[in-house]
Design a protein around this ligand. Structure first.
Ligand code: ADP
Length: 234
């Protein structure tokens, strides 16, 4: 597992946010909502809808990436949304939307798993009711070996890549696979990725408890004391 760094609540204007590094991957996740849905015809009278936008900065990869959405970013956005939506208690907020944005600042393979991890922490930071956090990690095959959390070279020149996301109870919400595994290799990679997700979960949990145990009363509604904020505007 590559080293992980998590910072919670890094964006003042988002309801919840998280900066996360996993090896050389660097991403920011921002959560807005529950808030009114626009366009309104997307409203669901029974629950909140969940939207997820994954975007790779053009400077995040070695050769400049063409800015804007493409097939890959649509796919990653969809699977990331589907990996998080099952734990969000959407029925608490009918007719509203929870918007999740993930910006990849630096990419080194496994950005969808880092994005999901950061988004899960940002959702918790936004106070969105969830049944649990979601933790993600990939396993792969490189040089004939089953490896945890493949980096760019292992991903590009390896034989297989399998991102996984799950709850701390082991309920899987994302399982994708690129390349080939034998049945035995698949089992080994699945166990390894599950173990990786558990390690990520402990780090996510610690980042959240550290952040909230350090906070003083009043900080939870924003970054500053409302009286000091009002004085600053005068
Ligand atoms: P993930 O980042 O989730 O592993 P992929 O397997 O599709 O998703 O991508 C693997 C890696 O390939 C990315 O993390 C990134 O480093 C690189 N990559 C992806 N898209 C591009 C691109 N358009 N240009 C250059 N490198 C890219």
């Amino acid at each position: 597992m590559r080293p992980i760094k998590i910072e919670v609540g890094v964006l003042a204007r988002a309801d919840g946010s998280c900066y996360m590094e996993m090896g050389n991957n660097k991403v920011i996740a921002a959560v807005y909502g529950p808030r009114e849905v626009h366009p309104r015809h997307l409203q669901d009278v029974t629950r909140a809808i969940v939207r997820f936008r994954y975007n790779m900065a053009s400077f995040s990869v070695e050769d400049r990436k063409r800015p804007g959405p493409d097939r890959r970013s649509h796919e990653v956005s969809k699977v990331s949304r589907d990996s998080l939506a099952p734990v969000i208690l959407t029925s608490y907020f009918p007719r509203s939307v929870v918007d999740i944005f993930v910006e990849v600042l630096q990419a080194d393979a496994g950005t969808r798993t880092v994005g999901i991890n950061a988004a899960s922490v940002a959702l918790a930071d936004a106070g969105i009711p969830m049944t649990s956090l979601i933790s993600a990690c990939a396993a792969g095959k490189a040089g004939g070996h089953i490896v945890l959390d493949p980096m760019k070279q292992e991903d590009n020149f390896g034989e297989a890549d399998m991102p996984l996301a799950m709850t701390p109870n082991g309920e899987i919400t994302l399982l994708q696979m690129d390349g080939d595994f034998t049945v035995d290799e698949f089992q080994e990679a699945l166990e390894l990725a599950k173990d990786g997700c558990q390690q990520v979960y402990e780090i996510q949990r610690k980042a959240l408890t550290d952040r909230y145990s350090q906070m003083k009363e009043g900080d939870l509604c924003g970054d500053a004391n409302p009286v000091e904020e009002a004085q600053a505007y005068e």
